[in-house]
Design a protein around this ligand. Structure first.
Ligand SMILES: Nc1ncnc2c1ncn2[C@@H]1O[C@H](COP(=O)(O)OP(=O)(O)OP(=O)(O)O)[C@@H](O)[C@H]1O
Ligand SMILES: [Mg+2]
Length: 336
């Protein structure tokens, strides 16, 4: 029986707490004093605490407006689906498999794990965890290796979200005996037959995903939601840097803000720019330089201010400020 069908006979308030019942021993034959099932959107939102996750997404993720809107649309669909179920109205378990397309560092993995939380709170996933994999985790090197590998991953992901990054690498048309095809076939079966217990999110570059779906119509037809993750613009990247610094108890002084803004202008022009991931990497390198700078001041007492502040020189020491932009050289991401 699917979780969703189960929900038609289960009052709404128990959906989010369904997991806790066996653990707390609440499953014994106590008189039913449970409150009436939720009948309004507000009641469902309150009983499942989905609103809290949606608010967190709004607060903690910069930009991504179209993605945030799609997430709210999906949540709305599921809440209404719950209310329909409470009225005994016909309800198919909804197909929740998704495709997240976008360039590296645009937040796909981060949003996938929030999506898993939302689906868990609304009762569509038992556990709500995220298992992130790539081709190598699913496909074996030798005959007979792929099926057990793929099944093992699926077993780990049951009750949650299986996130397959750069999913198109599963399909290699140039090699007709590629084992990726075997993994795809197993995935297809599970996506169809166990969709009440697992949500598959396929992720990768937009154009390559499109080609992949054209060659694999079976997969394409099982994807209910396509979310497109746009690249961040300069101002969003600055705000993302601010969030990341705050998270780690660091700050830029005014000169560092200006230096980082300039750094990003230069970095955006370089190859292999990976959006928020490049911001995180740049901040990591700035922290290294700050540490070396402070380390050199052996006998000075370091104040809290010293320890939290990244200065312009910690940014401007980057190669990007000393070398002319040359797209044929190693991107700074891979260099010190
Ligand atoms: N909108 C955002 N606001 C704040 N932080 C963000 C945002 N998007 C991404 N990040 C941060 O940037 C980093 C990279 O994000 P994430 O791994 O989710 O991107 P991705 O699209 O999965 O990238 P990749 O393809 O490189 O795996 C993470 O540390 C994440 O927290
Ligand atoms: Mg990722």
């Amino acid at each position: 029986m699917s979780a969703h069908q189960g929900a038609t006979t289960r009052p709404l308030y128990s959906i989010a707490g369904a997991q806790a019942a066996p653990a707390t021993g609440a499953a014994c034959a106590a008189p039913d004093t449970s409150p009436a099932p939720a009948r309004t959107v507000v009641e469902v939102l309150a009983s499942t605490q989905v609103e809290a996750v949606l608010d967190e997404i709004d607060r903690e993720l910069v930009g991504l407006l179209p993605v945030k809107q799609r997430i709210r649309d999906i949540a709305a669909l599921l809440v209404i689906d719950r209310l329909r179920a409470a009225h005994g109205l016909a309800a198919q378990p909804p197909s929740l498999h998704m495709c997240f397309s976008g360039n590296p560092g645009t937040g796909k993995t981060t949003v996938a794990s929030r999506m898993a939380q939302i689906l868990h709170r609304l009762g569509y996933l038992r556990r709500g965890h995220l298992v992130a994999v790539t081709r190598d985790d699913l496909v074996g090197q030798y005959i007979g290796h792929t099926a057990p590998k793929t099944k093992e991953v699926l077993k780990k992901a049951m009750g949650g979200v299986l996130f397959i990054d750069e999913a198109y690498y599963l399909y290699r048309p140039e090699n007709e005996r590629d084992y990726g095809q075997e993994a795809i076939e197993i995935l297809l079966q599970v996506m169809e037959n166990q969709r009440d217990d697992i949500v598959v999110i396929l992720a990768g570059y937009r154009d390559r995903m499109d080609t992949f779906f054209r060659s694999n119509p079976g997969l394409s037809s099982r994807i209910a939601h396509h979310l497109d993750f746009p690249d961040y613009v300069h101002d969003e990247l600055m705000r993302i840097a601010g969030l990341m610094l705050r998270e780690q108890s660091f700050r830029f002084d005014d000169a560092a803000v200006a230096a980082f803004a300039e750094y990003l202008v230069r970095r955006l022009r370089q190859p292999h720019f990976a959006n928020a991931r490049s911001v995180r990497n740049a901040l990591d390198r700035a922290r290294l330089r700050q540490a070396s700078r402070l380390f050199a001041e052996r006998s000075r007492e370091l104040s809290r201010e010293d320890l939290v502040t990244l200065r312009a020189q910690d940014i401007r020491a980057s190669r990007l400020f000393t070398e002319p932009a040359d797209p044929t050289t190693t991107p700074p991401e891979h260099a010190a």
